[in-house]
Write a protein that binds this ligand. Structure first.
Ligand SMILES: Nc1ncnc2c1ncn2[C@@H]1O[C@H](COP(=O)(O)OP(=O)(O)OP(=O)(O)O)[C@@H](O)[C@H]1O
Length: 346
């Protein structure tokens, strides 16, 4: 039951084309993240002055905050070719060897969801990142030999929503790590202003502010909500004003603080079924019919950030704010342990 507004939907070509059209192409166009942007700017400039490939870069943060966009910018700013892959596509060391050995000098290799790469490939990557070399194993058992293969110098840009899952030796080999933060409403307002301009949409300032405040701190969601509002205005032959934003977002179940159906299902389950928790992640995921990974990397970071859920050593707990948001009175006593169906991770 992935939500079309919040959850990434890599299969949806129309969404991908829409995202592609709105993607900033340079650091100057990239809104917000001023700290990471400044650091990246310095790193790219230093590499340019020394005429070498930029250091390897790790981009960490929740989905939709601009990791893929920044990887493309790294390539574009340095006029370097870009190769895109992802952790789930690299399930054997051989997959990675084929990829690395075909890189041209200076190429930027983007690996999305790098925490999902096979362990054997990860180990191959250590040497590749450090020495631009890999060892290819030929044969099996006692007769196996390794043949060293030199690689063209490249820049690896890894993206992860779960940096905690990366082994230290891999994390340490990145010259620079950017932790992307949720955007504030002013930054999202700017993202929306830029997107509306590119789409040729006349969006009233108050309508823009309203969408920004419901975008869960995430540019991808801001752009998707904008698209829904544009469609609504078009179909009803109305201006994209504040009233249209309210009507369109109500139709799509996005509430006044930007929570969607899945966010509310998580809170509702925590509160109604488990008396507010604590409850383990996989129990919670099973209860709402969603993958643990989606709950942990898509839903939870924002709910934690706005103080609706807290993560305790015994599991997830709904805060009084969450109870109030669902129109329920929070219990006065501290929540009791209840209903943990599985002995799962918390
Ligand atoms: N700083 C920004 N300024 C303007 N638009 C942005 C910015 N960051 C992201 N966007 C928009 O949000 C969309 C999603 O960004 P992007 O694909 O880079 O996110 P991501 O972090 O790679 O997500 P995922 O983890 O799901 O791959 C892009 O198409 C882009 O239009």
């Amino acid at each position: 039951m992935s939500d079309p507004i919040t959850a990434p939907d890599p299969e949806n070509e129309a969404e991908l084309a829409f995202e592609g059209a709105l993607r900033p192409r340079s650091l100057a166009e990239f809104v917000g993240q001023s700290k990471a942007r400044g650091q990246l700017e310095l790193l790219l400039r230093a590499a340019e002055l020394q005429q070498r490939a930029p250091d390897h870069i790790l981009l960490a943060g929740p989905p939709g905050l601009g990791k893929t966009t920044l990887a493309m910018i790294v390539a574009h700013e340095g006029a370097r070719p870009l190769r895109m892959s992802s952790g789930p596509a690299i399930q054997h060391a051989g997959d990675l060897a084929a990829l690395l050995s075909s890189l041209v000098p200076g190429e930027v290799l983007f690996i999305d969801e790098i925490h999902r790469m096979a362990r054997s490939a990860e180990e191959m990557l250590y040497l590749a990142m450090e020495d631009f070399r890999i060892d290819i194993m030929v044969g099996k058992g006692a007769g196996a030999t390794s043949i060293p293969l030199d690689l063209a110098p490249f820049t690896l840009v890894g993206a992860t929503t779960r940096s905690g899952l990366l082994p230290n030796p891999l994390r340490d080999r990145f010259g620079f790590t950017a932790h992307l933060e949720f955007y504030d409403d002013t930054e999202l307002d700017e993202v929306l202003g830029r997107a509306a301009r590119l789409l040729g949409l006349d969006l009233a300032p108050r309508a823009r502010a309203e969408i920004a405040s419901r975008s869960r701190g995430t540019p991808r969601i801001a752009n998707r909500l904008l698209r829904r509002v544009r469609d609504y205005a078009l179909v009803h032959d109305r201006d994209a004003d504040e009233a249209v934003v309210h009507e369109a977002l109500e139709l799509y179940d996005v509430d006044p603080i930007g929570l969607d159906r899945l966010d509310r299902a998580v809170l509702d389950t925590l509160i109604t079924r488990f008396d507010g928790g604590p409850v383990g992640l996989s129990t919670l995921a099973v209860s709402v019919g969603e993958e643990s990974e989606t709950i942990e990397s898509v839903v939870e970071p924002f709910l934690v950030r706005i103080g609706m859920i807290s993560r305790t050593p015994r599991g997830r707990v709904a805060t009084p704010r969450a109870w109030e948001h669902l129109g329920r009175r929070p219990p006065s006593a501290a929540p009791t342990v209840s209903g943990t169906l599985f002995d799962d991770d918390v």
